[in-house]
Design a protein around this ligand. Structure first.
Ligand code: ZN
Length: 182
């Protein structure tokens, strides 16, 4: 199953949906190539504000695709930061479902895309590859999904939330009980 590499978290799945919208009934013939570019490590991503920039090494040529996102609605931000204030805040699939049920689905919305390649379409293979690579990065660390919607920078308690939303595999030093060691 080619799709299983991308979007195995609810947060990452949103980015796969940008490449594979549900409303699109006929599969886009570029998708396998886009997935291959991402899987083969040909896509270098940087996130700057609400822009995801992808440098895509395509054969001997390099193209740069930019994806601009809408800012996250303040209510969604507030809902996320409310849920992240617990003792062990993590961006789990459960949290994603809770947010969605409460009407604050944290899905990204694209405003514009552009690419330096000659194909004049918002869905060239490089933009699609960037969606897949972002999906993969978000699966690894869902904070990337929030970062791309400028969640941290615009939030007044951004630094706190960023620290608090650390994935579970990291344990805060002050969370360790000294009794466990002595
Ligand atoms: Zn392109």
């Amino acid at each position: 199953m080619p799709d299983s590499d991308f979007g195995y978290t609810a947060w990452g799945k949103d980015w796969v949906r940008l490449a594979e919208p549900l409303r699109q009934t006929r599969p886009d013939p570029q998708l396998p190539r886009a997935r291959r570019l991402a899987r083969d490590g040909k896509v270098e991503l940087t996130i700057d504000g609400r822009t995801v920039r992808a440098v895509v090494h395509h054969g001997r040529t390099t193209f740069t695709a930019n994806i601009e996102l809408e800012p996250m609605p303040p209510e969604t931000k507030a809902a996320i930061s409310h849920h992240l204030s617990g003792p062990r805040p993590t961006l789990t699939d459960d949290l994603y479902r809770t947010l969605t049920t409460d009407g604050h689905r944290p899905a990204p919305h694209v405003t514009t895309t552009d690419c330096t390649c000659p194909v004049a379409t918002p869905r060239c293979v490089h933009v699609l590859a960037a969606y897949y690579e972002t999906a993969r990065r978000v699966d690894d660390d869902p904070r990337v999904a929030l970062e791309a919607q400028d969640y941290f920078r615009a939030s007044s308690q951004g630094a706190d939330v960023r620290a608090a939303a650390t994935p579970q595999r990291w344990v805060a030093l002050n969370a360790l009980e000294p009794d466990d060691y002595f």
